[in-house]
Design a protein around this ligand. Structure first.
Ligand SMILES: Cc1ncc(COP(=O)(O)O)c(C=O)c1O
Length: 402
């Protein structure tokens, strides 16, 4: 029998850690601090069930049929209105509704990347973005946002786009300060690169007010006296996933109309339209103020868990590791004091001790960053977090003194 045709070459680029991740779910008693998952106890399930029922009853054709590629007009307008300000003038033509934030990343790859094109990125970076772009075979160029050198023009020169998660980045949990944000926007203007601002975590802000968004800074620096719709280089990505629930799979892109048009064409070959049901529900959720109602509950719960995780790290892991206390988001970024400590190896021993974390290699386009780990604090309660860190300490002891 003839063997089936081969899979595309990029599939060979995935590492065995990704495969081990998939298998980890089967281990009994495992504590999973690897993912970026909300705690389902914060989902306002009863209210969402009512909204779903009303949506189908009141809008049967819209919720059960095909809809416009760009998204429901009501939802596009609601998003435009939510993000508009005195400086940032947005109309529905600036908004594309996507089937979650992940689809927006995928579509950006489709409309911007030919083989070998350069992405300037904040590394380590979001694994899902690397996964979305890898099939297009881009070249990744590091753009270190933590350095004192705030000139990003070299990193962005010739790049198709720069990718940033300025609010509590995944995986590092870092908040990019305002001066760095302004420098990024300046460099995008100078070089002509698009500047992608991926912002799933801005709502999970535990300690102090956020600096302005890149898209707002960009609008400020180009006053639109005639109130024309935004036409700058920033491509802002939002999602309902961490603001309320991930299961609706609703995200959005806010960008110059020319970018929205290109992404819309790409979406046509992807899913034809995002679910009308979940879009209508998203409209109702925004209009009812449900995000604002749930947010304080989320913040209170997650802030306590962040503190518990950091306290547990203090108690059990400080001999071998250091970490940053994040002001928001879902993750604590931990790095080994000894750069030779290999967290891919630790990951495997961790599974034997029934704890699963994300090793840093998966967030690095080249896979060479191997002395860090990302720990999630939103899914598990304080007791489980303490136990997870205790197990991590046992695994580390086994690794360093075999
Ligand atoms: C940085 C970043 N961007 C985008 C996403 C995509 O989220 P979703 O597809 O659920 O909207 C995530 C999810 O974890 C993320 O961490």
């Amino acid at each position: 029998m003839t063997s089936p045709a081969a899979f595309a070459g990029w599939l060979d680029d995935t590492n065995d850690i990704t495969k081990a991740f998939l298998a980890a779910g089967q281990i009994p008693g495992l504590i999973n601090i690897a993912g970026g998952l909300p705690d389902p106890q914060v989902y306002p399930a009863a209210q969402i069930a009512e909204i779903a029922q009303r949506a189908v009853r009141d809008y049967p054709a819209e919720t059960l049929g095909y809809g416009p590629l760009e998204g429901l007009p009501d939802l596009r307008s609601a998003i435009a209105e939510r993000f508009s300000s005195d400086d940032l003038h947005l109309g529905p033509e600036n908004v594309l509704v996507t089937t979650s934030g992940m689809q927006a990343l995928d579509l950006l790859g489709k409309v911007l990347l030919d083989e070998g094109d350069v992405i300037a990125g904040q590394f380590p970076t979001y694994l899902g973005a690397l996964d979305a772009w890898r099939p297009r075979k881009p070249t990744f160029r590091a753009m270190p946002l933590q350095s004192n050198d705030l000139d990003f023009t070299e990193a962005m020169q010739g790049a198709k786009f720069a990718y940033t998660v300025p609010n509590f980045s995944n995986p590092t949990g870092r908040l990019v300060p305002e001066s760095t944000r302004r420098a990024l926007v300046d460099a995008a203007r100078t070089t002509g690169a698009w500047l992608v601002e991926d912002d799933p975590y801005g709502g999970l802000n535990y300690d102090s007010p956020l600096p302005p968004r890149l898209i707002d800074i960009s609008a400020q620096s180009q006053p639109q006296a005639d109130r024309a719709p935004y036409a700058g280089p920033v491509v802002y990505l939002g999602t309902l996933s961490k603001l309320i629930v991930p299961g609706l799979r609703i995200g959005w892109v806010i960008a110059a109309p020319a970018m929205i048009d290109a992404l819309t064409l790409a979406k046509q070959g992807s899913d034809m339209c995002t679910s009308g049901l979940t879009q209508r529900m998203a409209c109702e959720i925004l209009n009812a103020g449900l995000i604002e109602a749930v947010n304080p509950v989320m913040l209170d719960l997650y802030r306590r868990r962040r503190d518990a995780l950091c306290d547990a790290l203090d108690r059990h892991l400080s001999t071998w590791f250091e970490w940053e206390h994040p002001e928001g988001g879902m993750f604590v970024w931990v790095t080994a004091r000894d750069r030779a400590l290999d967290t891919d190896a630790l990951f495997k021993i961790g599974l034997e001790e029934r704890v699963c974390f994300s090793p840093s290699s998966v967030f690095d386009a080249t896979g060479v960053f191997r002395h860090g780990l990302r720990l999630n604090f939103t899914l598990n309660d304080e007791t489980a977090l303490e136990e997870a860190v205790r197990r991590l300490a046992l695994a580390t002891q086994r690794l360093v003194k075999p």
